[in-house]
Design a protein around this ligand. Structure first.
Ligand code: SF4
Length: 167
């Protein structure tokens, strides 16, 4: 299945806990003012890659604690990313998901979109919400503005409401 990738950081320490393979997906309709990755907005930009090829590159990673899907807006490519996310979990890695949508908005989307649901279910931690410039705070771990939350996805999905992730 084809997807569009903006870039890969093999060993990131800012995109979730520990050392992570961070995948930045192309395309984002949120267009947050002050976004640090504006080159990821155009859904036709970046590079097209097959999910099977991307998975084989992910499998080559060594010494990482997990994988992160960032962007861009990963949930705008939920169809190819749901399967990729499930394969990553089968390999035993944690999966951090970034989204400009809030958890509540994604939960609502998941009611009519099975792939959004699968992607949420494969995630371990969600960093949610748009970047809001007036809420900017560079002291926060893994996020850029105070409105963005760290959400424990397994616990939140079973509760049906956002449960904060604890380190
Ligand atoms: S959701 Fe993320 S990538 Fe998209 S515009 Fe906002 S900060 Fe940028």
């Amino acid at each position: 299945m084809k997807l569009r990738l903006a870039g890969i950081v093999p060993e990131s320490i800012v995109d979730g806990p520990g050392i992570r393979l961070a995948l930045f997906f192309q395309g984002c309709s949120h267009r947050c003012p002050g976004c640090h990755n504006p080159e990821t907005h155009d859904p036709a930009g970046g590079t097209e890659i097959d999910s099977v090829e991307l998975l084989s590159r992910i499998k080559e990673a060594q010494g990482i604690d997990g994988v992160t899907f960032s962007g861009g807006e990963p949930f705008e490519q939920a169809v190819p990313l749901a399967g990729l996310a499930e394969e990553i979990r089968r390999l035993g890695w944690s999966l951090v998901l970034y989204s400009g949508y809030t958890f509540e908005a994604l939960l609502q989307k998941s009611e009519s979109d099975l792939h959004v649901r699968r992607l949420l279910e494969a995630g371990t931690l969600l960093v949610d919400g748009p970047y809001i410039r007036k809420e900017r705070d560079l002291t926060l771990p893994y996020r850029g503005s105070r409105n963005q939350r760290l959400i424990d996805l397994p616990r939140s999905l079973s509760a049906g409401a956002a449960v904060e992730w604890k380190t």
